[in-house]
Ligand binder design. Structure first.
Ligand SMILES: Nc1ncnc2c1ncn2[C@@H]1O[C@H](COP(=O)(O)OP(=O)(O)OP(=O)(O)O)[C@@H](O)[C@H]1O
Ligand SMILES: [Mg+2]
Length: 260
């Protein structure tokens, strides 16, 4: 695999908070066209890794490359402009705006980037591009019927999909999704998984998925990285992970690994 084909390549990153080594020696590859899982018990360091990848915290050591280019010193906005998008563990929608406008904002924010003037005035064509991207993202996420609804009036399941659609509208090549299905019931989670697959198939983008719902992880991911206490403990296909005693032991007493 060439560096460009490899998508997002993380090598040996370490993140410290003061004296606490939160993440150490974590390496992973998240290529386009694949759903890659990053799993581990509560507090294992998953969100910290996402923060390091998206540029919110500076790693103490290690490297992060996107399509062959070192991005470790780039701002979050510059990383986004190069194709790296993310969602946050806590939902952040604008309740008073419609679903459509919430989703279109995903694209406008990406286009405007760091230039504050462009946030205000935009460029001719930006609006059309944002509207088109929003429409396509709504279609992919099965939200066409809700486009005109205020986000504040939606159920948790619908809000999760709007959040996903907003990131999809950003036209990123690699999406980092931090527990995107939390709060969904079993039927909603199943549908959510189908939508993730559709996004990857239809857009060719890659997803790096942090998720506690093991059924969803095992269903949609082609490859998994498992961490515990900030360190890598295992990687492999879902069935290899399911069969791993190391992984089982890490999860023991925390949550069920629902795989036989
Ligand atoms: N800003 C911070 N300052 C200090 N310590 C932090 C900070 N953020 C996270 N930590 C610590 O770093 C470790 C990893 O936390 P992190 O949130 O990355 O885990 P996680 O795998 O995302 O957990 P969860 O599954 O609960 O979301 C934990 O020990 C946490 O307490
Ligand atoms: Mg987290």
């Amino acid at each position: 695999m060439s560096p460009e084909q490899a998508g997002l390549v993380v090598d040996g990153i370490e993140v410290r908070y003061g004296g606490l080594v939160a993440v150490q020696g974590v390496s992973l590859t998240a290529p386009e066209g694949r759903i890659t899982g990053l799993i581990g018990p509560n507090g294992a360091g998953k969100t910290t890794i996402f923060n390091a990848l998206s540029g919110l915290v500076a790693p103490f050591a290690g490297s992060v490359a996107l399509f062959g280019a070192d991005i470790i010193r780039l701002s979050p906005a510059a990383r986004a402009q190069r194709g790296l998008g993310r969602t946050f563990q806590r939902m952040e929608l604008f309740d008073s705006l419609t679903v459509f406008d919430n989703v279109a904002l995903g694209r406008e924010a990406g286009l405007a980037g760091r230039n504050p003037l462009r946030h205000l005035i935009g460029r001719p064509g930006d609006r059309d591009a944002a509207q088109q991207a929003a429409q396509e993202a709504l279609r992919l996420c099965g939200l066409d019927d809700l486009a005109g609804r205020r986000a504040g009036s939606l159920s948790t399941g619908q809000r999760r999909l709007v959040e996903l659609a907003r990131t999809v509208a950003g036209d990123f090549r690699i999406l980092l999704l931090d527990e995107p299905s939390s709060g969904l019931d079993a039927a909603e989670t199943k549908r959510f998984g189908e939508i993730l697959r559709r996004i990857v198939t239809d857009t060719g983008a890659g997803i790096l998925l942090v998720e506690h719902d093991m059924a969803l992880v095992m269903e949609v991911c082609q490859y998994l990285y498992v961490i515990d206490f900030g360190r890598p403990i295992f990687e492999g296909t879902p069935s290899e992970v399911a069969g791993s005693d190391i992984v089982r032991a890490a999860y023991l007493g925390t949550e069920a690994v629902e795989v036989a």
